[in-house]
Design a binder for this molecule. Structure first.
Ligand code: F0G
Length: 369
């Protein structure tokens, strides 16, 4: 079935060795493309930049890699229902895989505030469409996560946030796929956006496996990129992770608008172990990187563009060198956040690559003009 075509379950022995085809809840997922786009590489200032586009997963984000394993485990364990807190992508993935598994899903996402959506439109729409029970919590993501962690046991639901180890096991597959696509010649860097820090932990765990098994002889370095307005991990890095930092998060990249990341300890260990770096980029840098990726004809959501903005930043600082081979993960699809796009491509917006629509009369003259 689907498991045979899944890029995640290809690595079954490293992810969930006991799983049989009958156990597996798969769409399928994974097997996402690794692009080279010269215009994006030039923008970032690194010729050897590759884009691992996880927006090509079934629900349009990397979350499907973890959710196929989490729902497989939920069904094996006979879970009554599954639940998560989310900035939108995890909830969309949970809703889809819960529907596929035939297990009820519950999601907690931040409610709109002051008329502004806190969850990108595409993600909320998917979550409703796939049928998860959706609670708009009057609070931010950090409130949602605290609430669902406290409530899961009392409600008797199985928690599938990335603190669930099965999620991390599935998300390891993105790094294993990159290595396989490069014929096990590891790149110098894997660069990814960072919010709750599950994916940084997962990429590190995959590299650990790959080195231990001799699949690669040298691990890439990891660069985790945060938004400047939601940067507790980047500021902690500057102090050698002496204490866990917390901030009140604010950024256009709502996927990573997280002030109190759950996987701090695991991610800090990964950054130390793989000679990693953590930095942050402004919303303006994120949107400029996104415009460059979008205009190359592939696109991504704002949080994903943080990885490419981070590559440019680190290249300018001389941390990433011009000749380095760099794989940047694009975590989500361009259609996840149409609101940010429509706001960017306005005639009165002075920014790179603005492509405002032009309203015309329904006449040949107007068309020719
Ligand atoms: N990129 C996208 C598109 C995301 O949706 C997320 C996290 C990240 C990057 C950061 O990954 O949290 O493992 O460090 N989204 C979560 C969600 C929080 O609920 O969808 P992380």
């Amino acid at each position: 079935g689907a498991a045979r075509a899944s890029g995640v379950w290809r690595f079954r022995e490293l992810i969930m060795p006991g799983a049989t085809d009958a156990d597996i809840v798969s769409q399928p997922e994974g097997n996402t493309p690794l692009f080279h786009r010269p215009s994006v590489a030039a923008w970032a200032g690194v010729d050897g930049l590759l884009l691992k586009h996880d927006g090509f997963n079934p629900t349009g984000s990397f979350k499907d890699r973890g959710m196929t394993v989490a729902l497989t485990q939920a069904r094996r364990a006979g879970a009554r229902a599954v639940a998560c807190a989310s900035t939108g992508n995890t909830s969309a993935a949970l809703a889809a895989y819960a529907a596929l598994a035939g297990v009820p899903g519950l999601v907690l996402v931040p409610a709109p505030k002051g008329g502004a959506q806190q969850v990108a439109l595409g993600k909320l729409a998917q979550t409703l469409a796939y049928g998860a029970r959706t609670l708009l919590v009057r609070g931010d993501f950090d409130d949602c996560l605290r609430l669902v962690r406290e409530g899961a046991e009392r409600l008797g639901v199985y928690l599938v946030n990335s603190i669930n180890p099965y999620r991390i096991e599935g998300q390891k597959s993105v790094a294993l796929e990159i290595l396989q696509q490069l014929a096990w010649n590891a790149p110098d860097w894997i660069v990814l956006p960072a919010g709750n820090l599950g994916n940084t932990s997962a990429v590190g765990a995959a590299l650990r496996d790959a080195v231990r098994l001799g699949l690669i002889d040298r691990a890439p370095r990891i660069a985790s990129i945060q938004a400047a307005g939601a940067n507790p991990f980047a500021s902690g890095y500057r102090e050698n992770f002496a204490t866990q930092h917390r901030v009140k998060a604010e950024t256009v990249a709502t996927a990573i608008k997280i002030g109190d990341p759950a996987s701090w300890d695991r991610a800090a260990a990964v950054i130390r172990e793989f000679d990693g770096v953590v930095t942050d980029v402004s919303d303006a840098e994120i949107l400029e990187a996104k415009a460059a990726i979008d205009a190359a004809g592939i696109g991504c959501e704002p949080a994903s563009a943080a990885s490419v903005a981070g590559v440019r930043r680190l290249a300018r600082e001389g941390v990433i060198r011009a000749g380095d081979r760099v794989a940047a993960i694009l975590t989500g699809h361009v259609l996840k956040d149409p609101g940010v796009l429509l706001d960017y491509h306005r005639a009165d917006h002075d920014a790179p690559l603005v492509n405002a629509p032009v309203e015309v009369d329904a006449t040949l003259d107007a068309l020719a003009r």
